[in-house]
Design a protein around this ligand. Sequence first.
Ligand code: AMP
Ligand code: MG
Length: 518
Amino acid sequence: MKLNIKNTLIENLPADDNLENSRRQVTEAVFSYVNPKKTKAPKVIHTSHEMADLLGISEKETQSTLFKNVFTGNKIYPNTKPYAMCYGGHQFGNWAGQLGDGRAINLFEIDHQNKNWKVQLKGAGETPYSRTADGLAVLRSSIREYLCAEAMFHLRVPTTRSLSLSLTGDEVLRDVLYDGNPAYEKGAIVSRVSPSFLRFGNFEIFAARNDKKNLKILTDYTIKHHFPQLGEPSKETYIQFFKEVTKRTLKMIIHWQRVGFVHGVMNTDNMSILGLTIDYGPYGWLEGFDFGWTPNTTDVQNKRYRYGNQPNIGLWNLYKLANALYPIIEEAEPLENILNQYKVNFEKKSFKMMKSKLGLFSEEDNDLDFVQNLEDCLQLAETDMTIFFRLLSNFTDEKSGLEIIKKAIYNFEDVSDEVIDKWDFWFLHYKTRLQFEFTTDSKRKKKMNKVNPKYVLRNYMAQLAIDAADKGDFTLIDELYKLLKKPYKEQPKHEKWFAKRPEWARHKVGCSMLSCSS
Ligand code: AMP
Ligand code: MG
Protein backbone atom coordinates (compact mmCIF):
# COMPACT_ATOMS: atom_id res chain seq x y z
CA MET A 1 0.00 0.00 0.00
CA LYS A 2 1.78 3.09 -1.27
CA LEU A 3 0.00 6.28 -0.34
CA ASN A 4 0.75 9.61 -1.90
CA ILE A 5 1.19 11.52 1.35
CA LYS A 6 0.89 15.32 1.54
CA ASN A 7 1.00 17.44 4.64
CA THR A 8 -0.34 20.86 3.71
CA LEU A 9 -2.08 21.48 7.01
CA ILE A 10 0.66 20.63 9.48
CA GLU A 11 3.29 22.28 7.31
CA ASN A 12 1.43 25.55 6.95
CA LEU A 13 -0.38 26.08 10.21
CA PRO A 14 0.96 26.70 13.72
CA ALA A 15 1.45 23.59 15.86
CA ASP A 16 1.17 23.33 19.61
CA ASP A 17 4.78 23.02 20.85
CA ASN A 18 3.78 20.87 23.81
CA LEU A 19 4.13 17.25 22.69
CA GLU A 20 2.62 15.64 25.77
CA ASN A 21 -0.76 14.00 25.50
CA SER A 22 -2.16 15.77 28.54
CA ARG A 23 -5.53 17.48 28.65
CA ARG A 24 -5.06 21.20 28.53
CA GLN A 25 -5.94 24.54 27.01
CA VAL A 26 -3.97 24.95 23.81
CA THR A 27 -3.39 28.49 22.60
CA GLU A 28 -1.82 30.01 19.48
CA ALA A 29 -2.02 26.68 17.66
CA VAL A 30 -4.37 25.05 15.16
CA PHE A 31 -3.43 21.53 16.23
CA SER A 32 -1.41 19.34 18.59
CA TYR A 33 0.64 16.32 17.58
CA VAL A 34 -0.72 13.16 19.14
CA ASN A 35 -0.48 9.46 18.38
CA PRO A 36 -3.43 7.08 18.30
CA LYS A 37 -3.75 4.47 21.03
CA LYS A 38 -2.79 0.86 20.28
CA THR A 39 -5.79 -1.43 20.34
CA LYS A 40 -6.09 -4.94 21.69
CA ALA A 41 -7.40 -6.89 18.71
CA PRO A 42 -8.12 -4.70 15.69
CA LYS A 43 -10.42 -6.09 13.04
CA VAL A 44 -11.72 -4.31 9.96
CA ILE A 45 -15.38 -5.19 9.56
CA HIS A 46 -16.27 -3.08 6.54
CA THR A 47 -14.54 -0.95 3.94
CA SER A 48 -15.92 1.51 1.43
CA HIS A 49 -14.05 0.33 -1.63
CA GLU A 50 -15.34 3.28 -3.52
CA MET A 51 -13.69 5.67 -1.06
CA ALA A 52 -10.54 3.56 -0.94
CA ASP A 53 -10.32 3.79 -4.71
CA LEU A 54 -10.51 7.59 -4.52
CA LEU A 55 -7.47 7.46 -2.24
CA GLY A 56 -5.55 5.14 -4.56
CA ILE A 57 -5.98 2.08 -2.33
CA SER A 58 -6.89 -1.13 -4.17
CA GLU A 59 -9.40 -3.67 -2.95
CA LYS A 60 -6.59 -6.12 -2.29
CA GLU A 61 -4.69 -3.54 -0.25
CA THR A 62 -7.72 -2.93 1.95
CA GLN A 63 -7.43 -6.56 3.03
CA SER A 64 -3.80 -6.22 4.11
CA THR A 65 -2.49 -6.17 7.65
CA LEU A 66 -0.94 -2.81 6.93
CA PHE A 67 -4.34 -1.33 6.03
CA LYS A 68 -5.83 -2.74 9.20
CA ASN A 69 -3.04 -1.41 11.39
CA VAL A 70 -2.89 2.04 9.81
CA PHE A 71 -6.63 2.63 9.86
CA THR A 72 -7.05 1.52 13.46
CA GLY A 73 -4.13 3.62 14.65
CA ASN A 74 -1.86 0.68 15.42
CA LYS A 75 0.81 1.74 12.96
CA ILE A 76 1.92 5.21 11.99
CA TYR A 77 2.34 5.35 8.22
CA PRO A 78 5.90 6.40 7.23
CA ASN A 79 6.56 10.14 7.02
CA THR A 80 3.33 11.13 8.70
CA LYS A 81 2.61 12.88 11.99
CA PRO A 82 -0.89 12.44 13.40
CA TYR A 83 -2.55 15.40 15.07
CA ALA A 84 -5.72 16.59 16.78
CA MET A 85 -7.20 20.02 16.03
CA CYS A 86 -8.10 22.77 18.44
CA TYR A 87 -11.53 24.31 18.11
CA GLY A 88 -14.23 25.86 20.25
CA GLY A 89 -17.93 26.08 19.72
CA HIS A 90 -21.38 27.20 20.69
CA GLN A 91 -23.21 24.21 22.07
CA PHE A 92 -27.01 24.41 22.34
CA GLY A 93 -26.80 28.19 22.10
CA ASN A 94 -23.99 28.85 24.58
CA TRP A 95 -20.31 29.47 24.14
CA ALA A 96 -18.58 26.33 25.42
CA GLY A 97 -14.93 27.42 25.18
CA GLN A 98 -12.26 25.05 23.92
CA LEU A 99 -13.56 21.70 22.64
CA GLY A 100 -11.30 20.30 19.90
CA ASP A 101 -10.75 16.84 18.48
CA GLY A 102 -11.37 14.94 21.69
CA ARG A 103 -11.51 11.60 19.97
CA ALA A 104 -10.61 12.32 16.40
CA ILE A 105 -7.03 11.93 15.30
CA ASN A 106 -5.98 13.10 11.86
CA LEU A 107 -3.56 10.67 10.29
CA PHE A 108 -2.38 12.34 7.10
CA GLU A 109 -3.39 13.88 3.81
CA ILE A 110 -3.46 11.90 0.59
CA ASP A 111 -3.19 13.47 -2.85
CA HIS A 112 -4.80 11.32 -5.50
CA GLN A 113 -6.18 12.20 -8.92
CA ASN A 114 -5.68 15.90 -8.27
CA LYS A 115 -7.66 15.81 -5.09
CA ASN A 116 -6.43 16.30 -1.56
CA TRP A 117 -8.05 14.28 1.19
CA LYS A 118 -7.61 14.44 4.97
CA VAL A 119 -7.90 11.07 6.66
CA GLN A 120 -9.03 10.91 10.25
CA LEU A 121 -9.74 8.21 12.84
CA LYS A 122 -12.70 8.63 15.17
CA GLY A 123 -12.38 6.79 18.46
CA ALA A 124 -8.61 6.21 18.44
CA GLY A 125 -7.87 7.40 21.93
CA GLU A 126 -7.40 10.49 23.98
CA THR A 127 -5.93 13.78 22.85
CA PRO A 128 -5.18 17.09 24.60
CA TYR A 129 -8.83 17.95 23.80
CA SER A 130 -10.49 14.93 25.41
CA ARG A 131 -11.55 16.96 28.47
CA THR A 132 -13.33 14.54 30.83
CA ALA A 133 -13.93 11.77 28.29
CA ASP A 134 -11.95 8.76 27.04
CA GLY A 135 -11.35 9.51 23.37
CA LEU A 136 -13.03 6.26 22.35
CA ALA A 137 -16.11 5.33 20.34
CA VAL A 138 -18.49 2.38 20.56
CA LEU A 139 -19.66 0.06 17.82
CA ARG A 140 -23.25 1.32 17.62
CA SER A 141 -22.39 4.96 17.00
CA SER A 142 -19.56 3.98 14.66
CA ILE A 143 -21.89 1.87 12.49
CA ARG A 144 -24.30 4.79 12.40
CA GLU A 145 -21.64 7.25 11.27
CA TYR A 146 -20.01 4.84 8.84
CA LEU A 147 -23.20 3.92 6.99
CA CYS A 148 -24.86 7.31 7.09
CA ALA A 149 -21.97 9.31 5.66
CA GLU A 150 -21.78 7.03 2.63
CA ALA A 151 -25.58 6.98 2.28
CA MET A 152 -25.66 10.77 2.33
CA PHE A 153 -23.02 10.95 -0.36
CA HIS A 154 -25.12 8.80 -2.65
CA LEU A 155 -28.17 10.92 -1.88
CA ARG A 156 -26.09 13.84 -3.25
CA VAL A 157 -25.96 15.56 0.14
CA PRO A 158 -22.58 17.24 0.80
CA THR A 159 -20.83 15.17 3.45
CA THR A 160 -17.60 13.80 4.85
CA ARG A 161 -17.02 10.20 3.71
CA SER A 162 -16.28 6.88 5.40
CA LEU A 163 -13.35 4.67 4.52
CA SER A 164 -13.42 1.84 7.03
CA LEU A 165 -15.17 0.53 10.10
CA SER A 166 -13.20 -1.55 12.62
CA LEU A 167 -13.56 -3.17 15.97
CA THR A 168 -10.75 -2.38 18.38
CA GLY A 169 -11.09 -5.44 20.60
CA ASP A 170 -11.25 -3.10 23.60
CA GLU A 171 -14.24 -2.50 25.81
CA VAL A 172 -15.69 0.94 26.35
CA LEU A 173 -17.89 2.01 29.24
CA ARG A 174 -20.99 4.03 28.32
CA ASP A 175 -24.14 5.18 30.08
CA VAL A 176 -26.42 5.26 27.02
CA LEU A 177 -29.40 6.94 28.66
CA TYR A 178 -27.40 8.98 31.16
CA ASP A 179 -29.41 7.35 33.93
CA GLY A 180 -26.65 5.91 36.06
CA ASN A 181 -26.52 2.50 34.37
CA PRO A 182 -23.19 2.34 32.58
CA ALA A 183 -22.29 -0.85 30.73
CA TYR A 184 -19.37 -2.11 28.66
CA GLU A 185 -19.73 -2.02 24.90
CA LYS A 186 -17.50 -2.98 22.00
CA GLY A 187 -15.02 -0.30 21.02
CA ALA A 188 -14.80 0.70 17.36
CA ILE A 189 -13.03 3.11 15.04
CA VAL A 190 -14.30 4.73 11.88
CA SER A 191 -11.73 6.08 9.47
CA ARG A 192 -13.32 9.02 7.73
CA VAL A 193 -12.23 11.23 4.90
CA SER A 194 -12.84 14.79 3.80
CA PRO A 195 -11.09 17.57 1.89
CA SER A 196 -11.14 19.35 5.25
CA PHE A 197 -12.37 18.76 8.77
CA LEU A 198 -12.20 22.47 9.68
CA ARG A 199 -15.26 23.70 11.52
CA PHE A 200 -16.75 27.09 12.37
CA GLY A 201 -15.33 26.43 15.83
CA ASN A 202 -11.74 26.46 14.55
CA PHE A 203 -12.24 30.14 13.69
CA GLU A 204 -14.30 30.94 16.77
CA ILE A 205 -11.63 29.78 19.18
CA PHE A 206 -9.08 32.32 17.91
CA ALA A 207 -11.64 35.13 17.92
CA ALA A 208 -12.66 34.22 21.48
CA ARG A 209 -9.02 34.47 22.54
CA ASN A 210 -8.43 37.74 20.69
CA ASP A 211 -5.77 35.97 18.67
CA LYS A 212 -6.15 37.91 15.46
CA LYS A 213 -2.79 36.78 14.15
CA ASN A 214 -3.67 33.10 14.09
CA LEU A 215 -7.22 33.79 12.98
CA LYS A 216 -5.75 35.41 9.90
CA ILE A 217 -3.26 32.59 9.33
CA LEU A 218 -6.04 30.01 9.48
CA THR A 219 -8.39 32.00 7.24
CA ASP A 220 -5.66 32.60 4.67
CA TYR A 221 -4.80 28.90 4.65
CA THR A 222 -8.47 27.94 4.24
CA ILE A 223 -8.94 30.32 1.33
CA LYS A 224 -5.72 29.28 -0.38
CA HIS A 225 -6.43 25.54 -0.10
CA HIS A 226 -10.20 25.34 -0.29
CA PHE A 227 -11.45 28.53 -1.96
CA PRO A 228 -8.57 29.38 -4.31
CA GLN A 229 -10.97 30.98 -6.80
CA LEU A 230 -11.38 33.86 -4.33
CA GLY A 231 -7.81 35.02 -4.94
CA GLU A 232 -5.20 36.61 -2.70
CA PRO A 233 -6.31 37.25 0.90
CA SER A 234 -7.67 40.72 1.62
CA LYS A 235 -10.66 42.11 3.51
CA GLU A 236 -12.74 41.73 0.38
CA THR A 237 -11.62 38.09 0.02
CA TYR A 238 -12.59 37.40 3.64
CA ILE A 239 -16.07 38.77 2.94
CA GLN A 240 -16.36 36.63 -0.17
CA PHE A 241 -15.14 33.65 1.82
CA PHE A 242 -17.90 34.19 4.36
CA LYS A 243 -20.42 34.53 1.55
CA GLU A 244 -19.27 31.24 0.05
CA VAL A 245 -19.51 29.42 3.40
CA THR A 246 -23.02 30.86 3.81
CA LYS A 247 -24.06 29.58 0.40
CA ARG A 248 -22.66 26.13 1.00
CA THR A 249 -24.21 25.85 4.45
CA LEU A 250 -27.61 26.75 3.07
CA LYS A 251 -27.23 24.32 0.20
CA MET A 252 -26.38 21.50 2.61
CA ILE A 253 -29.35 22.25 4.85
CA ILE A 254 -31.79 22.42 1.92
CA HIS A 255 -30.57 18.94 0.98
CA TRP A 256 -31.17 17.77 4.56
CA GLN A 257 -34.73 19.11 4.38
CA ARG A 258 -35.24 17.41 1.02
CA VAL A 259 -34.32 13.94 2.27
CA GLY A 260 -35.69 14.34 5.80
CA PHE A 261 -32.36 14.22 7.62
CA VAL A 262 -32.16 15.70 11.11
CA HIS A 263 -28.58 16.26 12.26
CA GLY A 264 -29.48 16.46 15.93
CA VAL A 265 -26.45 18.43 17.19
CA MET A 266 -25.96 21.50 15.04
CA ASN A 267 -23.49 23.08 17.42
CA THR A 268 -20.96 25.37 15.73
CA ASP A 269 -18.20 22.83 16.39
CA ASN A 270 -20.17 20.45 14.17
CA MET A 271 -20.47 22.89 11.26
CA SER A 272 -17.99 22.25 8.48
CA ILE A 273 -16.35 25.26 6.86
CA LEU A 274 -16.87 23.49 3.52
CA GLY A 275 -20.61 23.05 4.09
CA LEU A 276 -20.34 19.28 4.51
CA THR A 277 -22.44 17.20 6.85
CA ILE A 278 -20.04 16.26 9.63
CA ASP A 279 -20.14 14.41 12.96
CA TYR A 280 -22.92 11.89 12.71
CA GLY A 281 -24.11 11.56 16.31
CA PRO A 282 -27.73 11.37 17.43
CA TYR A 283 -29.00 12.13 13.92
CA GLY A 284 -32.23 10.67 12.60
CA TRP A 285 -34.45 10.41 9.55
CA LEU A 286 -37.98 11.69 9.51
CA GLU A 287 -40.46 8.90 9.33
CA GLY A 288 -43.70 10.72 10.02
CA PHE A 289 -43.32 14.16 8.44
CA ASP A 290 -43.08 16.52 11.41
CA PHE A 291 -41.33 19.88 11.59
CA GLY A 292 -41.08 19.49 15.37
CA TRP A 293 -39.22 16.19 15.41
CA THR A 294 -35.76 15.68 16.87
CA PRO A 295 -34.03 12.35 17.45
CA ASN A 296 -31.77 13.77 20.15
CA THR A 297 -33.01 12.99 23.67
CA THR A 298 -30.56 15.55 25.06
CA ASP A 299 -32.58 18.19 23.17
CA VAL A 300 -36.20 17.11 23.78
CA GLN A 301 -36.93 20.00 26.13
CA ASN A 302 -36.15 22.83 23.74
CA LYS A 303 -36.05 20.91 20.47
CA ARG A 304 -33.54 23.48 19.29
CA TYR A 305 -32.31 21.16 16.56
CA ARG A 306 -35.70 19.88 15.36
CA TYR A 307 -36.26 19.25 11.64
CA GLY A 308 -38.12 22.49 10.93
CA ASN A 309 -35.57 24.60 12.77
CA GLN A 310 -32.45 23.46 10.94
CA PRO A 311 -32.43 26.34 8.43
CA ASN A 312 -32.75 28.89 11.27
CA ILE A 313 -29.99 27.24 13.24
CA GLY A 314 -27.79 27.30 10.15
CA LEU A 315 -28.29 31.05 10.11
CA TRP A 316 -27.66 31.36 13.86
CA ASN A 317 -24.42 29.46 13.46
CA LEU A 318 -23.39 31.65 10.54
CA TYR A 319 -23.87 34.71 12.79
CA LYS A 320 -21.34 33.14 15.13
CA LEU A 321 -18.94 32.59 12.27
CA ALA A 322 -19.46 36.18 11.13
CA ASN A 323 -18.58 37.37 14.64
CA ALA A 324 -15.49 35.20 14.59
CA LEU A 325 -14.32 36.63 11.26
CA TYR A 326 -15.15 40.22 12.18
CA PRO A 327 -11.73 41.01 13.72
CA ILE A 328 -10.03 40.50 10.35
CA ILE A 329 -12.77 42.28 8.38
CA GLU A 330 -13.65 45.11 10.79
CA GLU A 331 -16.84 45.98 8.95
CA ALA A 332 -20.20 44.64 10.02
CA GLU A 333 -22.37 45.75 7.13
CA PRO A 334 -21.16 43.41 4.40
CA LEU A 335 -21.50 40.48 6.80
CA GLU A 336 -25.01 41.56 7.78
CA ASN A 337 -26.01 41.84 4.13
CA ILE A 338 -24.83 38.32 3.48
CA LEU A 339 -26.74 37.01 6.49
CA ASN A 340 -29.88 38.83 5.37
CA GLN A 341 -29.49 37.35 1.94
CA TYR A 342 -29.40 33.86 3.52
CA LYS A 343 -32.97 34.41 4.73
CA VAL A 344 -34.15 35.45 1.28
CA ASN A 345 -32.31 32.59 -0.40
CA PHE A 346 -33.56 30.12 2.12
CA GLU A 347 -37.21 30.96 1.37
CA LYS A 348 -36.58 30.78 -2.36
CA LYS A 349 -34.56 27.59 -2.38
CA SER A 350 -36.66 25.73 0.12
CA PHE A 351 -39.81 26.53 -1.88
CA LYS A 352 -38.16 25.42 -5.10
CA MET A 353 -36.94 22.22 -3.44
CA MET A 354 -40.42 21.37 -2.09
CA LYS A 355 -41.92 22.03 -5.50
CA SER A 356 -39.40 19.73 -7.15
CA LYS A 357 -40.46 16.97 -4.75
CA LEU A 358 -43.98 17.45 -6.11
CA GLY A 359 -42.88 17.44 -9.72
CA LEU A 360 -43.66 21.14 -10.13
CA PHE A 361 -41.14 23.06 -12.16
CA SER A 362 -43.18 25.91 -13.63
CA GLU A 363 -44.43 28.92 -11.66
CA GLU A 364 -48.05 29.49 -10.79
CA ASP A 365 -49.63 32.12 -8.55
CA ASN A 366 -50.92 29.92 -5.77
CA ASP A 367 -47.94 27.61 -5.49
CA LEU A 368 -46.84 28.88 -2.10
CA ASP A 369 -50.24 28.19 -0.53
CA PHE A 370 -50.40 24.88 -2.29
CA VAL A 371 -47.09 23.70 -0.84
CA GLN A 372 -48.06 24.95 2.61
CA ASN A 373 -51.35 23.08 2.40
CA LEU A 374 -49.43 19.92 1.65
CA GLU A 375 -47.17 20.45 4.66
CA ASP A 376 -50.27 20.85 6.80
CA CYS A 377 -51.87 17.71 5.36
CA LEU A 378 -48.70 15.72 5.95
CA GLN A 379 -48.94 16.54 9.64
CA LEU A 380 -52.65 15.76 10.11
CA ALA A 381 -52.07 12.04 10.44
CA GLU A 382 -48.64 10.47 10.81
CA THR A 383 -47.41 10.21 7.22
CA ASP A 384 -44.11 8.72 6.20
CA MET A 385 -42.14 11.36 4.33
CA THR A 386 -39.98 9.09 2.19
CA ILE A 387 -42.81 6.78 1.17
CA PHE A 388 -45.23 9.64 0.53
CA PHE A 389 -43.04 11.50 -1.95
CA ARG A 390 -41.89 8.35 -3.67
CA LEU A 391 -45.43 7.09 -4.19
CA LEU A 392 -46.69 10.49 -5.24
CA SER A 393 -44.79 10.11 -8.49
CA ASN A 394 -47.31 7.41 -9.48
CA PHE A 395 -50.02 10.06 -9.78
CA THR A 396 -51.90 10.06 -13.08
CA ASP A 397 -55.35 11.23 -14.16
CA GLU A 398 -56.60 7.70 -13.60
CA LYS A 399 -54.79 7.02 -10.33
CA SER A 400 -55.17 10.39 -8.74
CA GLY A 401 -56.11 10.30 -5.08
CA LEU A 402 -55.23 9.37 -1.55
CA GLU A 403 -55.32 5.75 -2.63
CA ILE A 404 -51.87 5.99 -4.24
CA ILE A 405 -50.14 7.22 -1.10
CA LYS A 406 -52.19 5.26 1.43
CA LYS A 407 -49.23 3.06 2.22
CA ALA A 408 -47.40 6.11 3.61
CA ILE A 409 -49.91 6.74 6.37
CA TYR A 410 -49.35 5.06 9.72
CA ASN A 411 -52.54 3.48 11.10
CA PHE A 412 -54.62 4.41 8.09
CA GLU A 413 -57.71 2.71 9.60
CA ASP A 414 -57.79 5.32 12.37
CA VAL A 415 -57.65 8.37 10.12
CA SER A 416 -60.78 10.52 10.49
CA ASP A 417 -63.12 11.45 7.64
CA GLU A 418 -62.23 15.06 8.16
CA VAL A 419 -58.56 14.33 7.46
CA ILE A 420 -59.48 12.27 4.41
CA ASP A 421 -61.56 15.17 3.10
CA LYS A 422 -58.62 17.51 3.46
CA TRP A 423 -56.39 15.12 1.58
CA ASP A 424 -59.00 14.66 -1.16
CA PHE A 425 -59.21 18.40 -1.55
CA TRP A 426 -55.44 18.69 -1.81
CA PHE A 427 -55.26 15.95 -4.42
CA LEU A 428 -57.96 17.62 -6.47
CA HIS A 429 -55.87 20.77 -6.46
CA TYR A 430 -52.76 18.74 -7.37
CA LYS A 431 -54.52 17.32 -10.40
CA THR A 432 -55.40 20.77 -11.70
CA ARG A 433 -51.96 22.15 -10.90
CA LEU A 434 -50.19 19.39 -12.81
CA GLN A 435 -51.97 20.48 -15.98
CA PHE A 436 -49.75 23.54 -16.02
CA GLU A 437 -46.59 21.46 -16.15
CA PHE A 438 -46.99 20.43 -19.78
CA THR A 439 -45.16 17.17 -19.44
CA THR A 440 -46.06 13.50 -19.49
CA ASP A 441 -46.74 11.44 -16.37
CA SER A 442 -43.75 9.26 -17.03
CA LYS A 443 -41.37 12.17 -17.52
CA ARG A 444 -42.58 13.81 -14.33
CA LYS A 445 -42.23 10.55 -12.46
CA LYS A 446 -38.65 10.20 -13.63
CA LYS A 447 -37.78 13.70 -12.48
CA MET A 448 -39.49 13.25 -9.11
CA ASN A 449 -37.73 9.99 -8.48
CA LYS A 450 -34.41 11.77 -8.82
CA VAL A 451 -35.16 14.06 -5.89
CA ASN A 452 -37.27 11.72 -3.76
CA PRO A 453 -35.18 8.77 -2.59
CA LYS A 454 -36.75 5.37 -2.31
CA TYR A 455 -34.35 4.20 0.39
CA VAL A 456 -32.86 6.09 3.30
CA LEU A 457 -31.07 4.83 6.40
CA ARG A 458 -34.14 4.68 8.61
CA ASN A 459 -33.30 4.74 12.29
CA TYR A 460 -34.55 1.21 12.86
CA MET A 461 -32.54 -0.13 9.90
CA ALA A 462 -29.30 1.12 11.42
CA GLN A 463 -30.40 -0.38 14.74
CA LEU A 464 -31.00 -3.81 13.18
CA ALA A 465 -27.49 -3.69 11.69
CA ILE A 466 -26.13 -2.71 15.10
CA ASP A 467 -27.94 -5.52 16.93
CA ALA A 468 -26.64 -8.09 14.44
CA ALA A 469 -23.09 -6.69 14.49
CA ASP A 470 -23.08 -6.80 18.26
CA LYS A 471 -23.57 -10.56 17.93
CA GLY A 472 -20.76 -10.78 15.36
CA ASP A 473 -22.88 -10.78 12.22
CA PHE A 474 -21.82 -7.99 9.85
CA THR A 475 -23.88 -9.02 6.81
CA LEU A 476 -26.59 -6.42 7.38
CA ILE A 477 -24.00 -3.65 7.43
CA ASP A 478 -22.93 -4.75 3.98
CA GLU A 479 -26.51 -5.16 2.76
CA LEU A 480 -27.46 -1.64 3.85
CA TYR A 481 -24.22 -0.19 2.53
CA LYS A 482 -24.98 -1.64 -0.91
CA LEU A 483 -28.67 -0.75 -0.83
CA LEU A 484 -27.90 2.87 0.03
CA LYS A 485 -25.46 3.27 -2.81
CA LYS A 486 -28.47 3.53 -5.11
CA PRO A 487 -31.10 5.31 -3.05
CA TYR A 488 -33.06 6.63 -6.05
CA LYS A 489 -33.19 3.36 -7.96
CA GLU A 490 -35.90 0.75 -7.72
CA GLN A 491 -34.32 -2.31 -6.16
CA PRO A 492 -37.04 -4.98 -6.22
CA LYS A 493 -35.07 -7.46 -4.17
CA HIS A 494 -34.77 -4.86 -1.42
CA GLU A 495 -38.44 -3.83 -1.43
CA LYS A 496 -38.72 -4.80 2.25
CA TRP A 497 -36.73 -1.66 3.13
CA PHE A 498 -39.35 0.49 1.41
CA ALA A 499 -41.64 0.24 4.37
CA LYS A 500 -42.83 2.28 7.29
CA ARG A 501 -41.02 2.02 10.59
CA PRO A 502 -42.27 -1.09 12.39
CA GLU A 503 -44.22 -0.47 15.59
CA TRP A 504 -41.55 -2.03 17.80
CA ALA A 505 -39.19 0.76 16.79
CA ARG A 506 -41.53 3.62 17.64
CA HIS A 507 -40.16 4.26 21.12
CA LYS A 508 -37.06 2.10 21.11
CA VAL A 509 -33.73 3.47 22.26
CA GLY A 510 -31.50 3.79 19.20
CA CYS A 511 -34.45 4.14 16.84
CA SER A 512 -36.49 7.13 17.86
CA MET A 513 -34.46 8.12 20.89
CA LEU A 514 -30.77 8.76 20.68
CA SER A 515 -28.51 10.41 23.19
CA CYS A 516 -25.15 12.03 22.59
CA SER A 517 -23.55 9.00 24.25
CA SER A 518 -21.34 7.44 21.65
P1 AMP B 1 -19.99 16.13 19.71
O1 AMP B 1 -21.18 16.77 20.33
O2 AMP B 1 -20.07 14.63 19.62
O3 AMP B 1 -19.64 16.73 18.40
O4 AMP B 1 -18.75 16.36 20.69
C1 AMP B 1 -18.48 17.58 21.31
C2 AMP B 1 -17.08 17.57 21.83
O5 AMP B 1 -16.88 16.50 22.75
C3 AMP B 1 -15.99 17.43 20.79
O6 AMP B 1 -14.92 18.23 21.16
C4 AMP B 1 -15.63 15.98 20.86
O7 AMP B 1 -14.32 15.73 20.43
C5 AMP B 1 -15.78 15.70 22.34
N1 AMP B 1 -16.06 14.28 22.63
C6 AMP B 1 -17.21 13.60 22.38
N2 AMP B 1 -17.10 12.32 22.78
C7 AMP B 1 -15.85 12.16 23.30
C8 AMP B 1 -15.11 11.09 23.87
N3 AMP B 1 -15.64 9.88 24.02
N4 AMP B 1 -13.85 11.34 24.27
C9 AMP B 1 -13.30 12.54 24.13
N5 AMP B 1 -13.93 13.60 23.62
C10 AMP B 1 -15.19 13.43 23.19
MG1 MG C 1 -18.43 17.04 17.11
